[in-house]
Design a protein around this ligand. Structure first.
Ligand code: NAP
Length: 246
């Protein structure tokens, strides 16, 4: 089990719900300091109330798409408040199923803003050597299995997630010389507020030989990749799909 010290400070976006919440709680439990970012203050406070080490869980209310260009500066401001970062788990995102005939440009753009542009610009802030600890810094972003096997209606979603994987691969090659690792995890359907699995659990269960995933199934992989246990791993995409979808 990876463990961390309180001097290791990680940004976790999407920390108010689902996979980000599970990641923030697990990192905090293992000893790291977590900067938990989302828009919904009440849900972030709920997460803080559940965590094991509340003194090491700091919440930041932020809409990550309102000033995407300013996100590197936002990281700098957080660094001045909390200290240099050991990394980031980018777990914010939206999912939408819209067939091409109904898709307009605004929907396409909105999906890309939170699923693709915001993680790239936050990463730009983290990899700036003034904002990270150097060797040992690790960034993990949640993409999706939809980046590999797209279904009908996933025009915007799959594109944003495939773009994220491709760009982070490029970034991983750019920053490895500074000791910074960058990886993606690609879950299939996990039980979170985003998926509302109860509605189709019965009809899809054959696709998931190990059953539908729980948030901690993804958080375990993210926390491992953030930790020094994964010090030889960068530029990879890890599918977490119950051994069934792909
Ligand atoms: N669950 C799955 O089966 C699954 C599978 C594959 C990939 N994923 C990916 O995993 C990520 C997390 O999914 P989830 O299931 O945990 O979803 P979720 O429970 O709906 O959580 C989404 C998180 O993103 C945050 N967020 C959304 N828009 C934001 C914005 N503009 N600014 C700041 N934060 C924002 C939300 O916080 P606020 O609303 O408080 O801002 C929330 O914390 C997504 O990228 C999703 O595509 C999920």
């Amino acid at each position: 089990m990876p463990s961390f010290s309180r001097e290791q400070v990680y940004i976790v976006t999407g920390a108010s719900s689902g996979l980000g919440e599970a990641t923030a709680l697990m990192l905090n439990e293992r000893g790291a300091t977590v900067i938990a970012i989302a828009r919904n203050e009440k849900r972030l406070l709920d997460v803080k109330s559940k965590c094991k080490n509340p003194e090491n869980m700091h919440i930041e209310i932020k809409d990550l798409v309102e000033d995407i260009e300013g996100l590197p500066q936002y990281v700098k401001e957080l660094k001045e408040k909390y200290g240099k970062f050991s990394g980031m788990a980018y777990c914010a995102g939206i999912s939408n199923i819209i067939p091409l005939r109904a898709l307009d440009f605004a929907q396409l753009e909105n999906t890309h803003k939170i699923n693709f542009y915001a993680p790239i610009m936050l990463t730009k802030g983290i990899v700036d050597k003034r904002n990270n600890i150097g060797q040992g810094t690790s960034i993990v972003a949640i993409s999706s299995i939809a980046s590999k096997c797209s279904d009908k209606g996933h025009v915007a979603y799959s594109g944003s997630k495939a773009a994220l994987c491709a760009s982070l691969k490029s970034i991983s090659k750019e920053v490895i010389a500074n000791g910074i690792r960058v990886n993606c995890v690609l879950p299939s359907n996990i039980k979170t507020p985003m998926t509302a699995i109860e509605e189709y659990e019965e009809s899809q269960k054959n696709l998931y030989p190990l059953g539908f995933g729980e948030p901690n199934d993804v958080a375990n992989m993210i926390v491992y990749l953030l930790s020094d246990k994964a010090k030889y791993i960068s530029g990879q995409n890890y599918i977490i799909d119950s051994g069934g979808v792909l």
